[in-house]
Design a protein around this ligand. Structure first.
Ligand SMILES: N[C@@H](CCC(=O)N[C@@H](CS)C(=O)NCC(=O)O)C(=O)O
Length: 207
């Protein structure tokens, strides 16, 4: 059975847990990360030198980076509906996954740390406002994409792009700040909430 190392509260671990629910894939989980076992323990660092969760262990195969883990698990289970084989269709799924991990994540970090984590190092009013603005502007890109793609992030059907972006939309929705008016994003979030795995691991009260 596969093993997932990482705390259930981590947004990046939750992507993988939700995907396992979508795949019907049983797993063992160990709670690592701040508040649990330290990822700086030698045993963990040997698996992921970045000292970050999640880490996947599948027999003698070890993988880190949540989006890479999602790609691997979908491929392992031969779920072409989630990660298509056709190069262009697949490239669009991967494009939105990469956008989530890079552009979108960089936009919200300061605001999230200040407004949700209440970090004393993230309370500068101008930087908070700039991050909220950046975050909303990125969500406007998703809004336009959802309108043109046909309801999901990378097209008309549910894919891995929705697993990683679903967590991001939940975080945006749950963060106490001024939200841009984005009806397609709201409708998308409601649609994802119809999936039991998302309710369990995504929209589960943890921002
Ligand atoms: N790019 C990495 C980021 C992983 C990441 O930031 N993990 C955080 C939790 S969400 C972490 O491990 N923090 C250190 C800790 O909790 O000890 C991924 O997507 O897997």
């Amino acid at each position: 059975m596969i093993k997932i190392l990482g705390k259930s509260s981590s947004i990046n671990v939750r992507k993988v847990l939700w995907l396992c629910a979508e795949l019907g894939l049983p797993y063992q989980q160990e709670e690592w990360g701040s508040g649990h076992r330290s990822t700086h323990e030698a045993q963990f660092m040997a698996l992921n030198p970045n000292a970050m969760v999640p880490v996947l262990v599948d027999g003698d195969f070890v993988l880190w980076e949540s989006n890479s883990i999602c790609r691997y698990l979908a491929a392992r289970q031969q779920r072409l509906d989630l990660l298509p084989a056709e190069p262009r269709t697949r490239a669009h799924v991967e494009q939105w996954m990469d956008w989530q991990a890079t552009e979108l994540n960089n936009a919200w970090r300061y605001a999230f740390m200040g407004l949700v984590r209440n970090s004393s190092e993230h309370q500068d009013a101008a930087q908070l406002a700039a991050s909220v603005n950046r975050w909303n502007r990125h969500m406007e890109i998703l809004e336009a994409q959802l309108l043109s793609a046909g309801g999901y992030a990378a097209g008309a059907s549910f894919s891995l792009a929705d697993v990683v972006l679903g967590l991001s939309v939940h975080r945006w929705t749950a963060t106490p700040m001024e939200h841009a008016d984005l009806p397609a994003v709201r409708a998308y979030y409601r649609k994802l909430c119809e999936r039991p795995g998302f309710m369990l691991h995504g929209a589960n009260g943890i921002p």
